[in-house]
Design a binder for this molecule. Structure first.
Ligand code: DGL
Length: 276
């Protein structure tokens, strides 16, 4: 059984790829919508939330945890690995390396959260892979909230993306990193905004989402540790939220076009407990 966590519905963009890579595995997903967004919170808070969610996932029987959130990976991955030394954790980071390898203009755009940009992990990533390119960063303030509100196509979201993307494109950015797991849900709008940009590089702009690589890494780790399920029937899926189950169910229906049952988990201090 695989556990996945995020501040909200963002990690569902990773879950889809994990499902495709590992169709027989049972998946449990926790959205910490009581605390979304994580991107403007302190690293200490995000560590505490990630630890509480991980404890719940382990109680539910997961054998591996995918931190399907760049912000939580940046703030808490090292801490989680220290706190739960026997549990394999798969984390995420903005795909700066493939973007730097791919760019022809030498200009890379990164959309992530303030928490991710401010982290040591990100600074290290830049040191290792972005020395020879110019990186344009934007924390996209408010974008996660809009996506959590189900606004993936509206005028407000389009305006925010236009404000973020048009200056990057005018600078010649031809590789764009989706460094927050919520952002793939507005990818069609991002593509539309890029197409409408008045000034942009002559070559096509490539959008890079690390989720497929994270799903492949999850499968590799499970193979190495002999954790793959012997079952050949389709894997089950349980979705939990620490926020409103009705809102989460509506949001999932909007994002996936399909109804999925949502269960509730409640925070009691630092402990997250399944309701019912
Ligand atoms: N989806 C998360 C990420 O990948 C968190 C966004 C947020 O809660 O601010 O960064």
């Amino acid at each position: 059984m695989i556990g996945l966590l995020d501040s909200g519905v963002g990690g569902l963009s990773v879950l889809r790829h994990v499902q495709a890579q590992l169709p027989h595995e049972a998946l449990v997903y926790v959205a910490d919508q009581a605390h979304v967004p994580y991107g403007t919170r302190s690293a200490a808070e995000v560590q505490q939330f990630s630890e509480g969610i991980s404890r719940l996932l382990l109680e539910l029987g997961v054998k591996i945890i995918v931190v399907a959130c760049n912000t939580a990976s940046a703030a808490a991955l090292t801490y989680l690995r220290e706190t739960f030394p026997d549990v394999p954790f798969v984390g995420m980071e903005p795909a700066v390396k493939p973007a730097a390898e791919h760019t022809r203009t030498g200009k890379v755009g990164v959309m992530a959260t303030a928490g991710t940009f401010g982290s040591e992990r990100y600074a290290d990533l830049m040191q290792r892979f972005a020395r020879d390119v110019v990186v344009f960063e934007d924390p996209c303030l408010g974008l996660v909230d809009l996506i959590e509100a189900g606004n993936t196509t509206g005028a407000e979201t389009e305006q925010l993306l236009t404000r973020v993307l048009h200056p990057m494109l005018a600078q010649g950015v031809d590789s764009l990193v989706l460094g927050c797991t919520h952002y793939p849900f507005v990818r069609p709008l991002i593509e539309q905004v890029i197409a409408a940009a008045p000034v942009k590089p002559a070559t096509a702009v490539t959008i890079i989402d690390p989720a497929p690589a994270v799903a492949r890494q999850t499968r590799r780790v499970m193979q190495q540790r002999d954790l793959l399920s012997p079952v050949t029937s389709p894997g089950t899926l349980r979705l939990f939220t620490s926020g409103s189950d009705a809102h989460m169910a509506d949001l999932v229906a909007h994002l996936w076009g399909q109804q999925v049952a949502v269960e509730t988990a409640v925070w009691h201090g630092k402990t997250l407990i399944c309701k019912g």
